[in-house]
Design a protein around this ligand. Structure first.
Ligand code: EPU
Length: 337
């Protein structure tokens, strides 16, 4: 059943644990209900937030608009053969529950994305990625409700314009569609990606390569580096790793030979933002109740009573000092409201 609440507090719906309200909070697990609701009202994209697990938002103020909270559930196998399985998953499913489900059944493809917070519906928006895998590699399609027409529409993965932490749902289609189901194509044949950092070592320590061990290794690595939201409310990486022209990265690596660089193409290089923030002196520091995590400087934390303005202020100070030292302007990955 659709539920509409007025002046609703979002504290339990954002992993930074910020006290902020929205004018209306609309939740439903049915496409038909949401589609009827949006046909009855004319809404501007600026008056809308589509919320999943709330792990990518920083509220600095109350939101005077409508928050949609889609809760579609369930796994439907659309097709299966001896090589692969195509499964449609509800947008309200907790992402890591889905990863666990695939690992239990022996479906390969998203084990490296274990323990990423949030709901399935947000994964194509952000093109979540970790430990050498991006979700775009396994998404085959997306179903959504068009907020302009109320119609249910389907997109092929090619239409989503996936990039690093990016998709069309952050640009032309921002706040235009409520994603209701995502379709994934997973392999039934072993297909591992163990090239990233300490994953292989951790897998060896667990007794060798298997789907369950890769998941376990990723969980262990994440738990040692990333703060537990229940202890230190946070939204994961606060900034994106910046992509800069090769000339700039060449100059920087002369002065800073340890700077981690990842070539994107012939002209562009991705730079590790966590390294830049640490080198600018921010790791484990902070301003007031807003802090920089002491094991991964890309993660800003709420040390208890911080409000969104304090965290946004810290983010700005970090941006300024990284710019002054390295000439790189960091871009937040988190949506700041
Ligand atoms: N580094 C530092 N100091 C730090 C943090 C990182 O020197 O405080 C260095 C590391 O030593 C390493 C490099 O920077 O050489 C990259 O660090 P890491 O492997 O931890 O990954 P990241 O680029 O900082 C990205 C994602 C993470 C994801 C990891 C692992 C982004 C914005 N973040 O972080 O995603 O878990 O790779 O794949 O791309 C998230 O989205 O919330 C998130 C945690």
């Amino acid at each position: 059943m659709i539920r509409v609440r007025e002046n609703y507090n979002l504290k339990a719906h954002n992993t930074f644990s910020m006290d902020a309200t929205c004018k209306y909070f609309v939740e439903s697990d049915r496409e038909k209900e949401l589609s009827e609701f949006v046909t009855d009202y004319e809404l501007n994209p600026e008056e809308i937030i589509i919320l999943g697990g709330g792990s990518n938002f920083l509220f600095t103020t109350d939101f005077p608009g409508v928050v949609f909270y889609p809760l579609m559930e369930g796994y439907t196998i659309l097709r299966e053969d001896e090589h692969e399985v195509i499964v449609q998953v509800g947008s309200g499913v907790v992402w890591d529950d889905f990863v666990a489900w695939t690992v239990e059944r022996g479906y390969y493809g998203i084990e490296n994305l274990s323990l990423i917070p949030g709901h399935v519906g947000a994964t194509p928006v952000q093109n979540i990625g970790a430990y050498g895998v991006e979700v775009k590699e396994v998404i085959s399609g997306v179903r959504a409700i068009d907020l302009q027409t109320g119609k249910v529409v389907g997109f092929h993965a090619d239409q989503c314009r996936f990039g690093y932490r990016d998709s069309i749902f952050k640009h032309e289609w921002k706040n235009r569609f409520i994603i209701t189901y995502v379709t994934f194509c997973l392999s039934k044949r072993p297909r591992f990606n163990l090239n990233y950092g300490s994953i292989r070592e951790e897998v060896d320590r667990l007794g060798g390569v298997s789907l369950a061990n890769v998941r376990q290794a990723v969980i262990r690595v994440r738990n040692t580096k990333l703060p537990d939201v229940k202890v230190w409310p946070n939204a994961g990486s606060f900034f994106k790793n910046p992509v800069v022209p090769k000339e700039l990265s060449d100059t920087l690596s002369k002065s800073y030979p340890q700077l981690p660089l990842y070539p994107v193409d012939e002209e562009r290089v991705k730079v590790a933002a966590g390294w830049l923030i640490e080198a600018a002196g921010w790791k484990g520091k902070g301003i007031g109740n807003a802090g920089v995590h002491d094991k991964q400087a890309l993660v800003l934390i709420n040390k208890g009573e911080a409000n969104g303005v304090e965290v946004a202020h810290l983010a700005n100070e970090i941006k300024k000092s990284v710019f002054l030292k390295f000439g790189i302007w960091l871009e937040p990955e988190v949506n700041i409201i």
